[in-house]
Design a protein around this ligand. Structure first.
Ligand code: AVJ
Length: 310
């Protein structure tokens, strides 16, 4: 786990880049997690509902591909509706392994899942899943490891980082392993931009809350009211670029250090990459995976992909 001082150093390093940036992981304090949950219910935010429907409509086929007595290893402490669909339908699941950096989230997930599935072994792992980690020893020997990475969280990673993460997943899955992943797709930019510029302003609040979080947790003095939300689709790069734009020349100070932020200057808080089916298949292949099956909704907004060793 990253120590607080390492995190502060990382944030400071990002703010000292010519393109100022703060990692999207700092969205998720308690308020940020609530706001993200509200985002997933917005009419404009198509990914969550679309992915859920794809899972619900195809779970029998997913269960057939996964086979009996698998180990389901979820990247990011899940317990979402999507996860529940899998836990209900996979045959004779050997063990459910949620993996997350946040011990609090994991404890909540484990409690919830154990309550709903009393016969299922739940073995949470506190780890940074972008690096290799040791899998727990379940009571039942799994026949296959299935790494589950829902929500198009892969979209937060640059192509190099996403490539590396898929390689780590390939190693974690091991012999006969597989990956089930939710991947948001390239489409009409207007649809994508609307999803990150909702009329209720929840995404703006979510973005700005990152500064409130840093002020409280690390002692920054960001003037939250002096920044605005910006979310623009870069069609050439195939990604949403989500930023906080400074509304005047200002400074932010921390531990006696001063960082100048110019009027109109952007702090990058998140990329959300969108893939073509070909683009994702190529990246998966470079990591050793072959895409076995792709499910999409009728409008091809979103995809769920089952990948095996290539
Ligand atoms: C959680 C990374 C999948 O990229 O759509 C939603 C986060 N940010 N609205 C996304 C997010 C703003 C989300 N992911």
């Amino acid at each position: 786990m990253t120590a607080r001082s390492d995190e502060l150093a990382e944030i400071l390093a990002g703010l000292k880049q010519p393109q100022k940036m703060i990692s999207p992981k700092y969205f998720y304090d308690e308020r940020g997690s609530q706001l993200f949950d509200a985002i997933t219910h917005l009419p404009e935010y198509y990914p969550t509902e679309t992915e859920f429907r794809i899972m619900r409509d195809n779970v029998d086929e997913i269960a057939d591909l996964v086979g009996p007595q698998a180990s389901l290893i979820e990247y990011g402490s899940g317990s979402s509706r999507k996860t529940r669909v899998l836990l209900e339908h996979l045959y004779d699941l050997a063990v459910y392994v949620p993996v997350d950096i946040s011990e609090d989230h994991l404890i909540a997930t484990a409690l919830k899942v154990r309550g709903e599935f009393p016969d299922l072994e739940v073995l949470p792992v506190v780890a940074d899943f972008t690096q290799p980690f040791a899998l727990p020893d379940p009571a039942i020997m799994p026949r296959r490891n299935v790494v589950y990475f829902p929500g198009s969280t892969i979209g937060n990673f640059t192509h190099d980082a996403a490539q590396h993460l898929l390689e780590v997943m390939y190693q974690e899955a091991g012999a006969d392993g597989a990956m089930l992943i939710g991947v948001d797709l390239q489409k009409d930019p207007a649809i994508i931009e609307r999803a990150y510029n909702d009329s209720a302003g929840i995404t703006a609040e979510f973005n700005l809350n990152m500064l409130t979080h840093l002020n409280r947790e690390f002692g920054f003095d960001f003037d939250v009211g002096a920044y605005t939300h910006s979310a623009i689709y870069d069609e050439d790069e195939g990604r949403m670029v989500i930023e906080l734009i400074s509304q005047r020349d200002q400074v932010v100070t921390i531990d006696g250090e001063t960082i100048a932020v110019a009027d109109g200057e952007a702090i990058l808080t998140e990329y959300s990459h969108k893939y073509t089916l070909e683009g994702f298949a190529n990246m998966a292949q470079r990591a050793g995976f072959a895409v076995r099956k792709v499910w999409t909704d009728a409008d091809e907004l979103f995809s769920v992909q089952y990948c095996v060793r290539g």
